[in-house]
Design a protein around this ligand. Structure first.
Ligand code: HEC
Length: 141
Protein backbone atom coordinates (compact mmCIF):
# COMPACT_ATOMS: atom_id res chain seq x y z
CA UNK A 1 0.00 0.00 0.00
CA UNK A 2 2.77 2.33 1.00
CA UNK A 3 4.69 1.68 -2.22
CA UNK A 4 1.59 2.25 -4.26
CA UNK A 5 0.89 5.62 -2.71
CA UNK A 6 4.48 6.67 -3.33
CA UNK A 7 4.23 5.66 -6.96
CA UNK A 8 1.00 7.60 -7.31
CA UNK A 9 2.52 10.67 -5.71
CA UNK A 10 5.46 10.59 -8.06
CA UNK A 11 3.41 9.86 -11.12
CA UNK A 12 1.07 12.82 -10.64
CA UNK A 13 3.27 15.47 -12.22
CA UNK A 14 4.33 13.84 -15.47
CA UNK A 15 0.85 12.44 -16.05
CA UNK A 16 -1.08 15.70 -15.71
CA UNK A 17 0.84 17.58 -18.40
CA UNK A 18 -0.03 15.41 -21.45
CA UNK A 19 -3.48 14.71 -20.01
CA UNK A 20 -4.35 18.38 -20.37
CA UNK A 21 -4.79 18.01 -24.13
CA UNK A 22 -7.23 15.21 -23.59
CA UNK A 23 -9.57 17.46 -21.69
CA UNK A 24 -10.47 19.13 -24.95
CA UNK A 25 -13.56 18.06 -26.80
CA UNK A 26 -12.92 16.01 -29.92
CA UNK A 27 -13.80 17.65 -33.21
CA UNK A 28 -14.38 14.56 -35.31
CA UNK A 29 -13.13 15.12 -38.86
CA UNK A 30 -11.76 13.05 -41.70
CA UNK A 31 -8.33 13.90 -43.10
CA UNK A 32 -9.60 16.06 -45.98
CA UNK A 33 -11.79 18.13 -43.67
CA UNK A 34 -9.01 18.45 -41.10
CA UNK A 35 -6.78 19.90 -43.82
CA UNK A 36 -9.45 22.43 -44.80
CA UNK A 37 -9.92 23.56 -41.19
CA UNK A 38 -6.17 23.86 -40.57
CA UNK A 39 -5.63 25.79 -43.82
CA UNK A 40 -8.32 28.25 -42.75
CA UNK A 41 -6.61 28.58 -39.38
CA UNK A 42 -3.25 29.35 -40.94
CA UNK A 43 -4.93 31.91 -43.14
CA UNK A 44 -6.41 33.56 -40.06
CA UNK A 45 -3.04 33.75 -38.35
CA UNK A 46 -1.56 35.32 -41.50
CA UNK A 47 -4.43 37.79 -41.52
CA UNK A 48 -3.74 38.72 -37.89
CA UNK A 49 -0.05 39.18 -38.73
CA UNK A 50 -0.99 41.50 -41.58
CA UNK A 51 -3.41 43.46 -39.39
CA UNK A 52 -0.76 44.03 -36.72
CA UNK A 53 1.75 45.08 -39.37
CA UNK A 54 -0.75 47.53 -40.89
CA UNK A 55 -1.67 48.88 -37.44
CA UNK A 56 1.99 49.53 -36.69
CA UNK A 57 2.08 51.77 -39.76
CA UNK A 58 -1.33 53.30 -39.05
CA UNK A 59 -2.43 51.96 -42.45
CA UNK A 60 -6.12 51.78 -41.56
CA UNK A 61 -7.23 50.96 -45.07
CA UNK A 62 -5.24 47.72 -44.97
CA UNK A 63 -6.43 47.02 -41.41
CA UNK A 64 -10.03 47.33 -42.65
CA UNK A 65 -9.40 45.24 -45.77
CA UNK A 66 -7.66 42.36 -43.95
CA UNK A 67 -10.19 42.39 -41.11
CA UNK A 68 -13.04 42.19 -43.61
CA UNK A 69 -11.41 39.12 -45.15
CA UNK A 70 -11.52 37.48 -41.70
CA UNK A 71 -15.13 38.55 -41.19
CA UNK A 72 -18.46 36.85 -41.86
CA UNK A 73 -18.19 37.55 -45.59
CA UNK A 74 -14.99 35.50 -45.90
CA UNK A 75 -14.78 32.13 -47.68
CA UNK A 76 -17.09 29.49 -46.22
CA UNK A 77 -16.04 25.88 -45.73
CA UNK A 78 -17.94 23.37 -47.88
CA UNK A 79 -21.42 22.45 -46.63
CA UNK A 80 -20.41 18.84 -46.10
CA UNK A 81 -17.78 20.00 -43.60
CA UNK A 82 -19.98 22.61 -41.95
CA UNK A 83 -22.56 19.91 -41.18
CA UNK A 84 -19.92 18.09 -39.13
CA UNK A 85 -19.12 21.04 -36.88
CA UNK A 86 -20.76 21.04 -33.44
CA UNK A 87 -23.05 24.02 -32.69
CA UNK A 88 -20.64 25.33 -30.06
CA UNK A 89 -17.77 25.30 -32.56
CA UNK A 90 -19.84 27.18 -35.13
CA UNK A 91 -20.95 29.68 -32.52
CA UNK A 92 -17.37 30.38 -31.47
CA UNK A 93 -16.32 30.74 -35.11
CA UNK A 94 -19.22 33.12 -35.71
CA UNK A 95 -18.16 35.28 -32.75
CA UNK A 96 -14.58 35.57 -34.02
CA UNK A 97 -15.67 36.47 -37.57
CA UNK A 98 -18.11 39.05 -36.19
CA UNK A 99 -15.35 40.56 -34.04
CA UNK A 100 -13.25 41.02 -37.20
CA UNK A 101 -16.17 42.72 -38.96
CA UNK A 102 -16.40 45.10 -36.00
CA UNK A 103 -12.67 45.73 -36.21
CA UNK A 104 -13.01 46.52 -39.93
CA UNK A 105 -15.88 48.93 -39.30
CA UNK A 106 -13.98 50.64 -36.49
CA UNK A 107 -10.85 51.03 -38.62
CA UNK A 108 -12.99 52.60 -41.37
CA UNK A 109 -14.62 54.88 -38.79
CA UNK A 110 -11.17 56.20 -37.84
CA UNK A 111 -10.78 54.72 -34.38
CA UNK A 112 -7.31 55.15 -32.89
CA UNK A 113 -4.71 52.38 -32.72
CA UNK A 114 -5.04 51.56 -28.97
CA UNK A 115 -8.77 51.00 -29.41
CA UNK A 116 -8.28 48.93 -32.54
CA UNK A 117 -5.65 46.85 -30.74
CA UNK A 118 -8.13 46.33 -27.95
CA UNK A 119 -10.69 45.05 -30.48
CA UNK A 120 -8.07 42.78 -32.03
CA UNK A 121 -7.22 41.43 -28.61
CA UNK A 122 -10.92 40.74 -28.06
CA UNK A 123 -11.13 38.91 -31.40
CA UNK A 124 -8.07 36.83 -30.51
CA UNK A 125 -9.60 35.80 -27.20
CA UNK A 126 -12.19 34.00 -29.37
CA UNK A 127 -9.38 32.09 -31.10
CA UNK A 128 -7.79 30.98 -27.86
CA UNK A 129 -11.14 30.07 -26.26
CA UNK A 130 -11.88 27.68 -29.12
CA UNK A 131 -8.36 26.23 -29.05
CA UNK A 132 -8.80 25.50 -25.37
CA UNK A 133 -12.09 23.75 -26.04
CA UNK A 134 -11.61 21.63 -29.17
CA UNK A 135 -9.09 19.24 -30.60
CA UNK A 136 -9.36 17.66 -34.02
CA UNK A 137 -9.69 13.91 -33.72
CA UNK A 138 -9.57 11.60 -36.71
CA UNK A 139 -12.86 10.14 -37.91
CA UNK A 140 -13.61 7.90 -40.88
CA UNK A 141 -16.67 8.90 -42.84
C1 HEC B 1 -14.30 27.71 -33.58
C2 HEC B 1 -13.02 27.23 -33.12
C3 HEC B 1 -11.75 27.94 -33.52
C4 HEC B 1 -11.55 29.29 -33.69
C5 HEC B 1 -12.55 30.41 -33.47
C6 HEC B 1 -10.18 29.44 -34.07
N1 HEC B 1 -9.56 28.23 -34.13
FE1 HEC B 1 -7.64 27.91 -34.72
N2 HEC B 1 -7.89 25.90 -34.48
C7 HEC B 1 -9.05 25.30 -34.03
C8 HEC B 1 -8.83 23.87 -33.90
C9 HEC B 1 -9.85 22.85 -33.42
C10 HEC B 1 -7.51 23.64 -34.31
C11 HEC B 1 -6.77 22.30 -34.31
C12 HEC B 1 -6.24 22.11 -32.91
C13 HEC B 1 -5.91 20.68 -32.58
O1 HEC B 1 -6.48 19.75 -33.18
O2 HEC B 1 -5.11 20.50 -31.64
C14 HEC B 1 -6.94 24.94 -34.66
C15 HEC B 1 -5.65 25.13 -35.13
C16 HEC B 1 -5.09 26.36 -35.43
C17 HEC B 1 -3.77 26.56 -35.96
C18 HEC B 1 -2.77 25.46 -36.33
C19 HEC B 1 -2.85 25.24 -37.85
C20 HEC B 1 -2.03 24.06 -38.34
O3 HEC B 1 -1.75 24.01 -39.54
O4 HEC B 1 -1.68 23.17 -37.55
C21 HEC B 1 -3.58 27.90 -36.07
C22 HEC B 1 -2.33 28.62 -36.57
C23 HEC B 1 -4.81 28.55 -35.64
N3 HEC B 1 -5.72 27.58 -35.26
C24 HEC B 1 -5.00 29.91 -35.62
C25 HEC B 1 -6.19 30.53 -35.26
C26 HEC B 1 -6.39 31.97 -35.20
C27 HEC B 1 -5.32 33.00 -35.45
C28 HEC B 1 -7.68 32.16 -34.84
C29 HEC B 1 -8.43 33.44 -34.63
C30 HEC B 1 -8.22 34.54 -35.53
C31 HEC B 1 -8.29 30.85 -34.68
N4 HEC B 1 -7.36 29.89 -34.94
C32 HEC B 1 -9.60 30.66 -34.33
C33 HEC B 1 -10.23 25.91 -33.72
C34 HEC B 1 -10.48 27.28 -33.79
Amino acid sequence: MRTRLTVLAFSTLPVTAPAMGQEREPLLLNEAHRQIVLAEMRGMLEGVQGIIGALSKADMETVAKLSTELGMGGPKPPMELRRRLPDEFRKMGFQVHTAFDELAASARAGEDTPRLLNRLQHALSGCTACHRKFQITHADY
